[in-house]
Design a protein around this ligand. Structure first.
Ligand code: GLN
Length: 449
């Protein structure tokens, strides 16, 4: 059913960069047999899943939306994906994304932009835009993305689906192609909170192959969903709700969410995150700095794309590396590498990178302070609903400002969830966001449900 929908719809949406029809059908038969002989017990056995093309898979290419990895076939599979395979889920293919997950619109992909199924002239969000669009178009029931500064939550918001960024370290990053290692986290997208809970159950857990993976027990997320909300303390983030860039309809959606929680017995409190205005500048120093280091491995020697040094003057090796990187990477990736290299360079390190780390601590402390008096935080996911294709492409700073409400959770390492919250007058999905303290996924999912 899902493969047929992909065949029928994806020429228009462009959510997939690779469809594994044969392997999905073969695996489906195997899972059927295993199920009938009682060998697989997982509640999600047999469920198809779409994987963002930043997750390494040994049976499918992994391009990260980049020419640099155009023909790359990893020799191993990400732990998060291996956990799903183990539980009998069936990968349908790999979904489109901004190049190396850098972007918020899936327009920087070497495979071309993905379109928003609710309005084909608009972006599905990004960087996990293929992951959200394939759900909105009914081409998959579940997808896995990654979130470094909002890349699961913002596309989920733009496409009217649910998206979860777990606590940093909750899901293994082994086999997740690195963008900014201290911020990156794998996260599921689905139509319902129940589906997020069931998939997080499989994805979460310690992995000795990721040194930042948390060695903490994984609670039963589905068991907590129906817990009553009486006594719950919800903090509404003042700086987010009152931000001048917040669209009136998105604001109304947050207020409806607030009322709904109140009706369910929660106490609503006004909460302040005083360093909110520094979150985008801080993120756009930390993330590119880490990216400039992580992407140094793409040199034309170890991985992927290589351009010959024919007719080059001077060192042939240097010319090969320079040409491979010049032609293998797109404009946004180069911009990030240059920003990060600048921020880390001698003479600027203290003024930019070190300062950003200090402010990052203040931002994390704001959340810690807030969670001293509330259980969850409520606010918007994005300043406005899905924007038009091409609208922000000539203005990177405008594109970065769209991340205002999502980057804080990554800087602080805490879990956050994006939930559908009705539609705008123009028929575009609206969304609200909830945050919880580190490892508070069970409570977060409970409130979201
Ligand atoms: N839009 C943000 C960026 O461009 C977040 C991307 C992400 O979470 N991968 O960096």
């Amino acid at each position: 059913y899902f493969l047929d929908r992909v065949d029928f719809l994806d020429a228009r949406v462009n959510a997939f960069v690779h469809v594994g029809r044969e392997s999905a059908l073969a695996l489906s038969d195997q899972v059927d047999q295993a199920l009938s002989s009682g060998q697989v017990a997982s509640p999600l056995a047999g469920v198809p899943v779409a994987l963002k093309d930043v997750l390494c898979t040994d049976s499918m290419p992994t391009t990260c939306g980049s020419r640099m990895l155009e023909k790359f076939q990893p020799p191993y599979t990400a732990t998060s994906v291996a956990n799903l395979l183990q539980a009998g889920l069936i990968p349908l293919g790999k979904t489109n994304m901004d190049e190396f997950a850098m972007g918020g619109s899936t327009e920087t992909s070497f495979s071309g932009a993905t379109r928003n199924p609710w309005s084909l002239e608009r972006t599905p969000g990004g960087s996990s835009g293929g992951a959200s669009a394939c759900l909105a178009a009914g081409m998959a029931p579940l997808s896995i993305g990654s979130d470094t500064g909002g890349s699961v939550r913002q596309p989920a918001a733009f496409c009217g689906v649910c998206g979860l960024k777990p606590t940093y370290g909750r899901i293994s990053r082994y086999g997740l192609v690195a963008f900014a290692s201290s911020l990156d986290q794998v996260g599921p997208l689905a139509h319902t909170v129940e589906d997020l809970a069931a998939s997080l159950q499989l994805l979460a857990g310690h992995d000795s192959r990721d040194s930042t993976s948390l060695n903490e027990a994984v609670p039963d997320y589905s068991a907590e969903l129906e817990r009553p909300l009486a006594g719950l303390r919800v903090g509404v983030i003042r700086e987010h709700l009152e931000h001048p860039s917040l669209d009136a309809e998105v604001r109304q959606a947050v207020l409806r969410g607030q009322q709904m929680l109140k009706d369910l017995g929660a106490t609503i409190l006004d909460v302040t995150l005083p360093h909110t205005e520094y979150s985008v500048p801080t993120y756009y120093l930390v993330a590119p700095s880490e990216a400039s280091g992580n992407l140094s491995r793409y040199d034309g020697v170890h991985y992927g794309f290589r351009e010959k040094a024919e007719n080059a003057e001077g060192s042939q090796l240097e010319a090969m590396i320079a040409r491979s990187r010049s032609q293998g990477f797109g404009a946004e990736v180069k911009r990030r590498i240059m920003l990060g290299t600048f921020a880390l360079s001698a003479g600027y390190y203290d003024a930019y990178y070190k300062k950003a780390l200090q402010v990052r601590r203040l931002i994390a402390d704001d959340y810690r302070q807030a969670f001293g008096s509330v259980d969850v935080l409520l606010g918007p996911v994005t300043p406005r609903p899905a924007f038009g294709l091409g609208e922000n492409m000539s203005d990177p700073v405008q594109m970065y400002l769209e991340d205002l409400f999502t980057v804080g959770a990554n800087l602080a390492g805490i879990p956050a969830i994006s939930l559908p919250a009705g539609f705008s007058e123009g028929g575009l999905p609206l969304a609200i966001q909830l945050h919880a303290p580190a490892l508070g996924e069970a409570r977060l999912l409970n409130v979201a449900y």
